[in-house]
Design a protein around this ligand. Structure first.
Ligand SMILES: Cc1cc2nc3c(=O)[nH]c(=O)nc-3n(C[C@H](O)[C@H](O)[C@H](O)COP(=O)(O)OP(=O)(O)OC[C@H]3O[C@@H](n4cnc5c(N)ncnc54)[C@H](O)[C@@H]3O)c2cc1C
Length: 286
């Protein structure tokens, strides 16, 4: 197995594209190394992106935030401006594994590993996040909800590398939140995850929203019907009930020992209500 440490994203993309065998990006390695050790993945080439300077920082600009693909979840948690603007995204990243895992893992790796239960992904979708992708020939920007195409598969083609994830500027009177259900208190995979981001207009009426679900379908889901249930309301009981119904209706989960179809479907609605209430309060809603 070859191991490379390029210093630019383009170089990483070219190395992967040119490799005839199986080539993998290595970010934190908290998924990839586990897959390699268990024999699930046998790379011919591993391209370590932690040495690429364009991927190593969190930058705030007039248009929002740019989180480099090599930035760890722990670094996100230490960034006061990011935490203030997008608390839901940061709390999702800071739910991944343990302190040790968070010191290594990245949200771009969480996205590209393409688990239906990836914690950062529903929060990023709700936030309207985008992936900045660099290929050997061109760059492109893709909405987060368009990256994962199925369990373990993405819309990235060979040679394409996520260089950064961007989040829009936090609009006034807006807030986000992410909640997940796991069978034990930590170090477990989400049985359901819900991300909500919303913006208020006058009189605390919800003007815009995005609601995303994880672990209840083959890919994380953006749920337009859930948005319809709460936009134009003060998040009253009727709106919350409609939100829960819409989220449960969107579910198409697996049935396993960690959560039955019925359980996941019910919990999606319950967590959506709770996450929406937190986002609403964070937005200043009364
Ligand atoms: C003990 C433990 C607990 C965990 N707990 C959780 C949890 O609670 N919630 C959760 O969601 N996950 C959890 N995970 C899974 C894992 O930690 C996360 O998915 C993590 O975010 C992966 O990031 P990484 O940087 O380590 O990715 P890596 O392992 O480096 O990469 C993952 C995959 O994405 C590809 N990739 C990585 N970066 C890029 C890029 N920039 N461009 C293109 N492709 C890329 C890699 O080639 C690989 O296929 C856990 C893992 C362990 C070992």
């Amino acid at each position: 197995m070859k191991y490379q440490t390029p210093s630019t994203t383009k170089e990483a993309a070219v190395l992967i594209k040119r490799e005839r065998g199986k080539a993998f990006v290595l970010a934190g390695g908290t998924d990839l190394m586990v897959q390699m050790k268990s024999g699930l993945t046998e790379p011919d080439l591993v391209v370590d992106i932690k040495h690429i300077s364009a991927m190593q920082s969190i930058k705030k600009s007039a248009t929002g935030f740019r989180i480099g693909a090599a930035v760890s979840a722990a670094e996100m948690g230490e960034n006061t401006a990011l935490k203030k603007a997008w608390p839901g995204v940061v709390e999702a990243a800071n739910l991944i594994g343990s302190d040790q895992i968070q010191n290594r893992c990245t949200i771009a790796g969480n996205l590209c590993n393409a688990s239906p239960a990836a914690d950062a992904v529903p929060a990023l979708i709700a936030a309207g996040g985008k992936a900045n992708i660099v290929g050997p020939q061109r760059r492109r920007t893709v909405a987060i909800e368009k990256v994962i195409t199925g369990p373990g598969t993405t819309s990235l083609v060979k040679g394409e590398v996520v260089e950064a994830i961007t989040l829009p500027k936090r609009p006034p009177k807006s807030g986000d939140a992410y909640l997940r259900f796991i069978p034990r208190s930590e170090m477990d995979i989400a049985v359901v995850g819900v991300g909500v981001s919303l913006t208020l207009g006058s009189n605390s009426v919800i003007k815009n929203a995005r609601v995303a679900l994880g672990a209840v379908a083959p890919t994380p889901l953006l749920v337009p019907a859930a948005v319809k249930a709460i936009v134009g309301t003060n998040l009253d009981k009727a709106a919350l009930n409609k939100l829960a119904e819409a989220c449960s209706a969107a579910c198409n989960p697996i049935d396993d020992k960690r959560g039955t179809v019925e359980f996941r479907t019910e919990v999606a609605g319950v967590l959506a209500k709770r996450a929406a209430k937190i986002a609403y309060t964070r937005a200043g809603g009364k």
